[in-house]
Design a protein around this ligand. Structure first.
Ligand code: AMP
Length: 111
């Protein structure tokens, strides 16, 4: 699914894009502001990304978080999450980081 957004075969509300990454609004937001950030090169999860990605892509992903937080004016704070695999609740097997914000999010709770 996310590769189709990257290739523009599926529409998305894109917040930020550069050579390495793309960020767009989550279709089912879990907070007033909810976007996902994806490397354009495909990794199945953060675990895969952590093991096998190059420094250029790692830097782009990490730097993009503050760039996107500025674009979204998340001055009071926000949360980043990456679900990994079955037990981590990952639905889409293309590595992405969620940014959630726009209200006080409270403690992290596992249902
Ligand atoms: P995860 O469980 O971490 O894999 O998260 C997948 C996320 O992708 C969910 O929050 C979905 O709401 C979101 N999602 C699924 N399809 C789309 C889409 N076409 N555009 C934007 N977000 C999507």
């Amino acid at each position: 699914m996310f590769e189709k957004i990257i290739s523009r075969d599926v529409p998305a509300d894109i917040i930020y894009e550069d050579d390495e990454i793309i960020s767009f609004k989550d279709i089912n937001p879990q907070a007033p502001i909810h976007v996902v950030i994806n490397p354009k090169k495909e990794y199945c999860s953060f675990d895969d990304f952590s093991r096998s990605s190059g420094e250029k892509t790692i830097l782009a992903m990490i730097r993009s978080i503050a760039i996107i937080a500025d674009i979204l004016k998340l001055k009071k704070g926000y949360r980043i999450i990456s679900n990994i695999g079955d037990f981590g609740g990952q639905e889409i097997p293309h590595f992405h980081i969620h940014i959630l914000g726009g209200k006080r999010l409270g403690r992290i709770v596992a249902p």
